[in-house]
Design a binder for this molecule. Structure first.
Ligand code: MG
Ligand code: ZN
Length: 216
């Protein structure tokens, strides 16, 4: 019997992630890993951020989905170069998939590479993709208990973007509770409240991201 320990797989992933990071750094591309549940609003958030940043940054996207290319088509519609990864069942992206996708992207002239991970709050936490920054997207309709139930994904994130704040009057989502939980898990983490449909908070989040891209 042969047993492959999960720890070894993750170690191999870490090595590939470091190679991805070195490659992206050498190309002057800042890489962002966007994680969150299915339906949390990751794609809509990216669309809003890119619109806000259009005069400052040239983005590209890697879309991770189990199947289909719906989100990639949305990126194409707004003129953002995109590579689709279909994981065919796998519930997260790994550094090896990103290494393959990078071969398909012309990095020249790109400032920001956003990776939209597969919608999942669990194992996406365990896979470094080679990013410089990870943001976790949480919508008000998902409930304010998620940081307590899925601490790892919040712990390793540089910012939490609370989306769909326009729905707040229809939920019992407690902004203070989730902010306190996030602060406990990620003391340095930034918190943004956004509504992509109304445009609330998008400018602040975009400014923060642009600063990070510039190395601040
Ligand atoms: Mg999406
Ligand atoms: Zn997974």
């Amino acid at each position: 019997m042969k047993i492959v320990a999960a720890k070894k797989i993750l170690k191999a992933n870490d090595q590939l992630a470091a190679e991805n990071r070195a490659r992206l750094d050498a190309a002057g591309v800042f890489c962002l890993n966007v994680v969150g549940s299915p339906g949390s609003g990751k794609t809509t958030l990216l669309e809003a951020l890119f619109a806000q940043l259009k005069d400052r940054l040239k983005p590209a996207v890697i879309e991770g989905d189990i199947a289909g290319s719906i989100d990639s088509e949305r990126m194409e519609r707004i003129g953002v170069p995109v590579v689709q990864i279909n994981t065919e069942g796998a519930c997260h992206l790994d550094a090896n998939m990103i290494a393959s996708a990078l071969k398909e992207i012309e990095l020249k002239g790109i400032d920001l590479l956003a990776i939209e991970n597969v919608g999942n709050l669990v194992c996406t936490a365990g896979y470094d993709l080679g990013e410089r920054l990870r943001i976790v997207v949480l919508s008000t309709s998902e409930g304010d208990d998620k940081a307590r139930k899925y601490p790892a994904i919040f712990q390793g994130s540089h910012a939490m973007l609370i989306t769909k704040t326009d729905l707040l009057p229809h939920t019992d989502f407690d902004l203070e509770r989730i902010a306190a939980d996030f602060k406990r898990l990620a003391p340095e983490g930034a918190v943004f409240q956004v509504s992509a449909v109304r445009g609330d908070g998008i400018a602040e989040a975009a400014d923060w991201l642009a600063d990070k891209c510039r190395g601040n």
